[in-house]
Design a protein. Structure first.
Length: 262
């Protein structure tokens, strides 16, 4: 982040809610029944603890998901309103890129294995589905993200099939062993599915259930850094929620034309 980016506020409601200033302890709410109601209170709290007024904000980074509808929308609407009121620059950031960077960093710190590393970042989409995106070996942790798939939503079994095909292709082309790190909310719930990657091929699978924003100060700093890096590269995402799921309500079919006979 550059000096022009700060003071910077991070707001995310992709899973519970997190509000924080990079380098300072954030406010985290994990109770899905109350996190939206406490969002504005927590924003005021972290600003007050930092001795800042809202008018001093230069940048607001808000999480775009992918995540379910209600809580995600609340965070984005709040961030938009605050940016409008203060004149701060508003940056949107999906949560899967920082999740992948977080998992990559943790793996490299604990395991010095020199296999080809792929990171599957996921978030619980409910209805037995996961939001996901697969990233290639970052090489340089601070370098640009290299996604191998589009951001999407699917059932874990279907995700496993897609990831297996990509990992096998990478292994064949590079002639190197491949390790897939699966990381994010929902990872542990489908451990049996990820084990299929080990059983059906000799691809090594490592499960990491940690969510990057639960790492508190480091998590909010990572999210802010990802958003600012993308902005510096000219990759400005529309600040709109990433649901990735078709709405439950569909447009009704047009009424049948009735011919009235005289």
């Amino acid at each position: 982040m550059s000096g022009s980016d700060t003071p910077l506020l991070v707001i995310d409601t992709s899973y519970g809610s997190t509000v924080g200033l990079p380098g300072r302890e954030p406010c985290i709410e994990t109770d899905s029944r109350s996190h939206v109601e406490r969002l504005q209170v927590n924003i005021a709290k972290v600003m007050d603890q930092a001795g800042l007024s809202a008018d001093e904000l230069r940048t607001i980074v808000v999480g775009l998901g992918p995540a379910p509808f209600t809580g995600l929308r609340a965070g984005i609407v709040t961030a938009k309103a605050l940016a409008f009121a203060t004149g701060a620059r508003l940056l949107g950031q999906d949560i899967l890129e920082p999740q992948a960077r977080y998992a990559y960093r943790r793996f490299k710190q604990q395991d010095q294995d020199h296999t080809r590393l792929l990171v599957l970042a996921v978030n619980d989409a409910r209805r037995r589905q996961l939001y996901y995106r697969l990233f290639d070996d970052f090489g340089d942790v601070e370098g640009p993200a290299r996604p191998l798939t589009e951001m999407s939503i699917d059932y874990p079994a279907a995700i496993c099939e897609k990831i297996t095909a990509i990992a096998e292709e990478r292994k064949s082309s590079d002639q190197d062993p491949v390790t897939v790190v699966v990381s994010g909310h929902g990872t542990g719930c489908y451990a049996d599915q990820w084990e299929r990657l080990n059983k059906q091929s000799d691809i090594r699978v490592v499960l990491d259930e940690g969510f990057f924003l639960e790492d508190r100060i480091d998590g909010t700093s990572l999210m802010a850094a990802c958003a600012c890096r993308r902005a510096q590269q000219g990759l400005i995402d529309p600040v709109e929620p990433l649901y990735l799921r078709r709405p439950d309500v569909s447009v009704p079919n047009p009424l049948k034309h009735v011919v009235v006979q005289s």
